[in-house]
Design a protein around this ligand. Structure first.
Ligand code: G3P
Ligand code: CA
Length: 277
């Protein structure tokens, strides 16, 4: 691990498990999120999409081809079709790396089946400590507002659409689409939103985000080439959540720049590097 400069407040950086502990366990499975909670992650990141019959499921790609033994677009499949697929076997287990804990998480149908957002919210509700959620809406244009409507309904059911009295929100909604974030703000004004960005466009170069958004979500590549961006965002009163930070050198860069959250496929290793593992 890379030694960090002495005296930095590493504990204030939130560590977010990207698609669960997805370096070790197939992404977006219940097993990956259970492992992330065991690993000590402060928050869980997940992508949500809508099935043909209107269920929100945690799947990154438009199609299920890469992460399951099935084929086709999530939006064209019903939940029952997805439930028949195996989302656990596509990722080859590296015998040298696998531990007994990791292997155990592959047992049982539910652990490797498609994960609904509802099941993920249950997992978080049952956790014996506070675990936050960073939920990303995918392809809001395709679904014409339905993803946001369903997401807000689901969060309301779990009492997660607003912070409890005197608390900060346990959930934030992220998107590359400012339109999607606007829909969330309109339906749940107290829910924090995160504007994800792959490039620094001239519009956001000066640190100004879309209206109502208080958190910037730049990719780590932006920080490597524009290290002053974090300070600029902080000066504008924004927080900065960076993805996807897996390399020790990038973790060190994030610490040096004072980012607020690190989104990573390997929360255990990042927590260790931050002196929390
Ligand atoms: O956490 C944000 C990050 O997940 C955005 O990229 O493609 O992994 O969803 P992607
Ligand atoms: Ca994502």
């Amino acid at each position: 691990s890379v030694p960090l400069p002495h005296g930095l407040a590493h504990k204030s950086i939130q560590v977010v498990a990207h698609r669960g502990s997805s370096e070790d366990v197939p992404e977006h499975t219940l097993a990956a999120y259970r492992k992330a909670i065991e690993d000590g992650a402060d928050a869980l990141e997940c992508d949500v999409r809508l099935t043909a019959d209107g269920h929100l499921v945690c799947v990154h790609d438009r199609r299920v081809n890469r992460t399951s033994n099935g084929r086709g677009a999530v939006s064209a499949l019903e939940l029952a079709d997805l439930a028949a697929l195996d989302f656990g076997s596509w990722k080859p287990e590296d015998d040298a790396e696998a531990t007994d804990d990791t292997r155990l998480t592959f047992e049982g149908g539910e652990l490797r089946s498609v994960l609904t957002l509802e099941r993920l919210l249950e997992l978080v509700a049952d956790a014996d400590r506070r675990v936050e959620l960073a939920i990303e809406t995918k392809h809001p244009t395709r679904y014409a507002g339905q993803v946001e409507t369903k997401l807000l309904e689901m969060l309301r059911r779990f009492g997660l659409d607003r912070p409890g009295p005197g608390e900060s929100s346990a959930v934030r909604v992220m998107s590359f689409s400012s339109r999607s974030l606007r829909r969330i703000q309109a339906g749940a004004p107290e829910l924090p939103t995160v504007y994800l960005m792959q490039y620094v466009t001239p519009r956001i170069r000066d640190g100004r985000l879309p209206a109502g958004v208080r958190i910037a979500g730049p990719g780590i590549r932006i920080l490597r080439s524009h290290p002053g961006f974090v300070a600029r965002l902080h000066r504008e009163g924004h927080r900065v959540h960076v993805w996807t930070v897996n390399e020790p050198g990038d973790v060190e860069l994030c610490v040096r720049l004072g980012v607020d959250a690190i989104i990573t496929n390997r929360p255990k290793e990042v927590l260790r590097q931050l002196g929390r593992g």
